[in-house]
Design a protein around this ligand. Sequence first.
Ligand SMILES: CCCCC/C=C\C/C=C\CC/C=C/CC(=O)SCCNC(=O)CCNC(=O)[C@H](O)C(C)(C)COP(=O)(O)OP(=O)(O)OC[C@H]1O[C@@H](n2cnc3c(N)ncnc32)[C@H](O)[C@@H]1OP(=O)(O)O
Length: 289
Amino acid sequence: MALAAARRLLLHAGSRLGRREAVDGARRFANKRVLVETEGPAGVAVMKLRNPPVNSLSLECLTEFTISLEKLENDKSIRGVILTSECPGIFSAGLDLLEMYGRNPAHYAEYWKNVQELWLRLYTSNMILVSAINGASPAGGCLLALCCDYRVMADNPKYTIGLNESLLGIVAPFWFKDMYVNTIGHREAERALQLGTLFSPAEALKVGVVDEVVPEDQVHSKARSVMTKWLAIPDHSRQLTKNMMRKATADSLIKQREADIQNFTSFISKDSIQKSLHMYLEKLKQKKG
Ligand SMILES: CCCCC/C=C\C/C=C\CC/C=C/CC(=O)SCCNC(=O)CCNC(=O)[C@H](O)C(C)(C)COP(=O)(O)OP(=O)(O)OC[C@H]1O[C@@H](n2cnc3c(N)ncnc32)[C@H](O)[C@@H]1OP(=O)(O)O
């Protein structure tokens, strides 16, 4: 209930801000953790995640992300979105581990429902989505990129991308797996999921996790030029084609959303899984020295 009220408030506040900040045909609206600007080619919005330090997808961040997407989807003048990050060196650290550790089952269920919601919106969006991956992109960060129609990644070997859940002692749910298989094929996905592989940009390009790798200072301009190419395709034929390619994968979650929430909640609540997450969080802390 509280979340629904927050959502209404944010939608309202966002539209007021959107009007107030209109300058020279460029518009922007912002929630705390997501900034949306319309600039560059007509009909294109740039959506920047800004949840420092690592753009982890906390419940608040997921909610703001979903709302921003909903607003863009409802704006008929917007045909494409470039998804990127405002946090230096990080695209997104994925799902927020603190939402999945040391909480109660009701919280896990609420969190997972919002993860599902964002994924369904992104994956089935009618808009053209291009990701400009300007930093590390593990697990849920990779998931965001995989939802896009085209992925451009910065050529910096420090940045890695992949579904690394198994390294955390957790398991990617079937819909993460399905999208990985759709993108890189069964054999590569099977290997990468079991090993929790985090690919360098060059490896990610080779296996097909990303479509293009460019020098870091060209990620945004390349994403824009890719967008221009995609905008040249009539919306109706592109959208019907996208729907034909993605519907079965989305439907398999839609058919069992409740069961998937139950599975997640009981899995993540297990002592052994909580212990694994604790160890992983400790490892992240120790890394700092
Ligand atoms: C058969 C039964 C099956 C049932 C299955 C049912 C359901 C499925 C069950 C579970 C699936 C759940 C799916 C999860 C997907 C995910 O996304 S999990 C998250 C995975 N993310 C990661 O592994 C990334 C971890 N982070 C990093 O590697 C690094 O932080 C970084 C992103 C590369 C950045 O490095 P950098 O050196 O710049 O920063 P720090 O490491 O110092 O981090 C700064 C600060 O941020 C904290 N932090 C980092 N990542 C996260 C995160 N994902 N969530 C929350 N907090 C994070 C880090 O701990 C530091 O905190 P501080 O010490 O307090 O400053």
